[in-house]
Design a protein around this ligand. Structure first.
Ligand SMILES: C[S@@+](CC[C@H](N)C(=O)[O-])C[C@H]1O[C@@H](n2cnc3c(N)ncnc32)[C@H](O)[C@@H]1O
Length: 215
């Protein structure tokens, strides 16, 4: 290999080591989430991941969901850099470069997607982000578009004790944050034409909730 190519490889590997962020929970939850995605995502098409964070989920799901093209996104520049570094390292043809996407924006950098996945955002952001997420889903989905949300929820006003203390901790950090009521999130989904199709219990008192855009 020419010396200049070796240097480029060395610097790109070093850059990835610096930029890559880690969220240990992603290694614990990715297999159960993958099982849900395999069950509910269309067998092919474009999947938009909202709030990809570190990019670890994106690299793992793209590697394990052949046939689907995975579009990661986030609103934070440091997250976008980390996602790009994980993507570089993964070298997957079906993993697109990350795009900057704030769910509250009226215009998203995608026109039409077949499915959306979003983990752990709606409770760590103001309620406007849940509204923006649902409004955007209603806009970019055609009939049959599938939305999968992962995270903690309250159902009928109740949730596990660990989620109640998490809720208190979130609200102490930011009063606009907090574990959301599944019924309130579902009402937003209904309002943009998304029907609830499943809610699957996940480890650590989380849920995967699935909605589908009606025809
Ligand atoms: C707790 S992290 C979750 C990351 C990843 N999905 C996971 O499960 O590890 C929350 C993410 O939501 C993103 N986020 C917060 N507000 C957002 C917004 N308005 N639009 C898009 N992403 C947002 C943050 O930048 C952050 O990456």
């Amino acid at each position: 290999m020419p010396k200049s190519d070796a240097l480029v490889l060395f610097y790109s590997a070093a850059r990835n080591v610096v930029m890559k962020q880690y969220a240990p929970a992603t290694n614990r939850n990715r297999e159960p989430i993958l099982a849900v995605l395999k069950q509910w995502l269309p067998p092919q098409g474009l999947v938009l991941e909202i709030a990809s964070g570190t990019g670890e989920h994106a690299a793992f799901f793209a590697a394990n969901l052949a046939g689907r093209e995975w579009q990661p996104s986030d609103a934070e520049p440091s997250a976008l850099a980390s996602i790009a570094a994980w993507r570089d390292e993964a070298g997957l043809a079906n993993l697109r470069p990350p795009v900057c996407l704030d769910v509250r924006d009226d215009m998203w950098p995608v026109d039409r997607v077949d499915a959306m996945f979003c983990a752990n955002m709606i409770h760590i952001s103001p309620w406007e982000c849940t509204l923006g997420l649902m409004t955007g889903a209603g806009r970019v989905f055609g009939p049959g578009g599938v939305l999968v949300l992962y995270g903690p929820f309250k159902v009928g006003g109740k949730t596990a004790p660990s989620n109640l203390s998490f809720d208190a901790d979130l609200k102490a950090r930011n009063p606009a944050w907090g574990v959301r009521d599944l019924e309130a999130v579902g009402a937003c989904a209904q309002a943009v034409g998304l029907d609830h199709v499943d809610a699957i219990p996940m480890p650590a008192n989380n849920l995967c909730v699935v909605w589908r855009k009606r025809a």
